[in-house]
Design a protein around this ligand. Sequence first.
Ligand code: 13P
Length: 255
Amino acid sequence: MRKDKIVIANWKMKLTLAETLNLAKNMKAKLSELKKGTIVICPNFISLADVNKILKGSNIRVGAQNVFWEEKGAYTGEISPDLLVEAGCDYVIVGHSERRKYLLENYEIIHQKLKAVLNIDGLTPIVCIGENTDERKTDRRDFVLVDQLHQALGGIDIVGDQQIIIAYEPIWAIGSGIAIEPSEAEYAHKIIKLTLKDIFGLQIASNNFSIIYGGSIDGNNVKSFADIENIDGLLVGGASIDANEFYKVAKAILK
Ligand code: 13P
């Protein structure tokens, strides 16, 4: 059975509070005609509750850009999975490469975060993986992807219809303006699918996981990613902070 496609906007730390709310309103109006698939917007933490209020009743869901692994306690500056649900989130990005780079998150931490998210009903994790320039140049991409997946997912129990989204975001493609060749993305997604099959078996790999691509997707190059086998959707940065551009991306994918 073919999965519903998903398009996720990661607004990172690119907007002011006022710009965030304004863009949420514009997105709500602009994307309302798209009836298929799933659209998710991930604004900054402090806008989550307000963006959720704006988008209530629309076809757009809300996600967070990060999460902490503990439920409650003396963890200054952190936000638990429960708090995210309370703020109206259905999704959360775990282990984005910018957090791996600037906050030194590693796959041990990502594994902890993933476990905490899966403990909470109604929160779907978007787990980020992807090789850097050096790993790509030295032909280590496949090994890196398999290793990251094993570290993030090894020993995780997946029950019922719990969904997990794997976002393949090659670090060299993020914010560079140069997306991966669609055929290369297709190949990398195949590696990811095979690894998930190895870890969880065919049924869970097919039913409980979606694999999406992220890195310099825009309204122009999106068409070449629309019909690729194994690509269940996209995670969009720069092009997602312009309602018209994001509409083009979403429309091309959610058919
Ligand atoms: P860009 O679309 O700006 O390359 O960012 C991709 C990304 O990091 C989404 O999480």
